[in-house]
Design a protein around this ligand. Structure first.
Ligand SMILES: Cc1ncc(COP(=O)(O)O)c(C=O)c1O
Length: 316
């Protein structure tokens, strides 16, 4: 404890815990690297719709990448049958945090063969016997973080990630200076391209303790349910929420949404695109080209969401 001296941000420590028994790293990429390095896995089967950011870590370990296809429900169609002793693993992505049950079913018989990528599903429980990775900064205002749950013994890195130069965007955004924050956000993300595992920063560890996750979960679920009802008859995807806590609401249309996204930027509405990749199959291409990913996080007021719904409906 220290007394007196320079001042600090007034944050309320609620002792929030998320995945308390996970190994903690600076990113999901680093978590994946740590697992693959420890287990000497030689081949990883990955879906042909995925964020390319994990590939450099795989290449650095000379892990062979083999693609399998996903169908319109974003579920695997053709990965091989592996045996327990295999030095291959299958990566399943819990897209947008909306496939918890399906992933449970897929991993039920031979859980040890699967790595569940919960980078978009922070609040999805780890399935015993599988390995899972998480990326908490997609759901929380923290500068870094990546969790690994696995039965394998993983050595914890000595060095901690230093996020002190990479928190400015969170403060600028909170203060309403979104434009100035964006440049800093990009450089904070760039700093995470180095996947050599470090322990999660003290800043992120503390900010997680201060997060009010019940309100965050409830708001995300409420917003998703509203969007699901409003767009049910337009959406080419049908991804029910059940009790899940999604990342966003994916609205797939029958046309390219690039011009909508560009127009929305001029109105200060920033919709992400998931993911531009040379490895996308047909389903991945439709996800990237024709799908609006509508934010549902706790910052959006119900008036803002209703206005956004109106704006989108005007385009349909
Ligand atoms: C499905 C998926 N897996 C892994 C990652 C990598 O997460 P991180 O940026 O924490 O390394 C991402 C990042 O966008 C992702 O969307």
């Amino acid at each position: 404890m220290s007394i007196g001296g320079y001042n600090e941000l007034n944050l309320h420590n609620r002792n929030t815990e998320i995945q308390p028994s996970a190994y903690q790293f600076q990113s999901a990429r680093a978590a994946l690297y740590a697992y693959l390095n420890a287990t000497k896995i030689k081949t990883l089967y990955v879906p042909n719709y995925i964020c390319d950011s994990i590939f450099p870590a795989l290449r650095a370990l000379s892990v062979e990448i083999k693609f399998y296809s996903v169908n319109e429900q974003l579920l695997p169609i053709d990965y091989p049958k592996l045996t327990k002793k295999s030095d291959s693993r299958i990566l399943l992505v819990n897209y947008f945090g909306l496939l918890n049950e399906q992933i449970k079913t897929l991993t039920a018989i031979e859980p040890g063969l699967f790595i569940v990528d919960n980078s978009q599903a922070l609040f999805c429980e780890h399935i015993e016997g599988t390995t899972s990775i998480y990326s908490p900064r997609k759901f929380l205002g923290i500068p870094d973080g990546g969790f690994l749950r696995t039965a394998e013994k993983i050595s914890v890195p000595e060095t901690r990630y230093d996020a002190s130069e990479n928190v400015g965007h969170l403060l600028l955004r909170a203060a309403g200076d979104v434009k100035a924050g964006y440049a800093r956000f990009l450089s904070a993300e760039e700093a995470l391209e180095c996947f050599i595992p470090k322990r999660m920063s003290v800043i992120s560890a503390h900010l997680i303790k201060c997060a009010g996750i019940n309100a965050i979960k409830e708001k995300r679920q409420r917003n998703y349910r509203l969007l699901y009802t409003e767009f049910k008859s337009f959406n080419q995807l049908d991804l029910p929420i059940d009790n899940q806590v999604p990342l966003c609401y994916p609205l797939q249309l029958a046309f390219d949404i690039t011009s909508i996204c560009n127009e929305f930027i001029t109105k200060s509405i920033y919709l992400p695109r998931y993911w531009r990749s040379d490895f996308n199959g047909d389903v991945g291409r439709a996800m990237y080209e024709n799908t609006l990913f509508i934010p549902i996080d706790e910052r959006i007021s119900s008036d803002e969401l209703k206005n956004l719904i109106k704006l989108i409906k005007n385009k349909l």
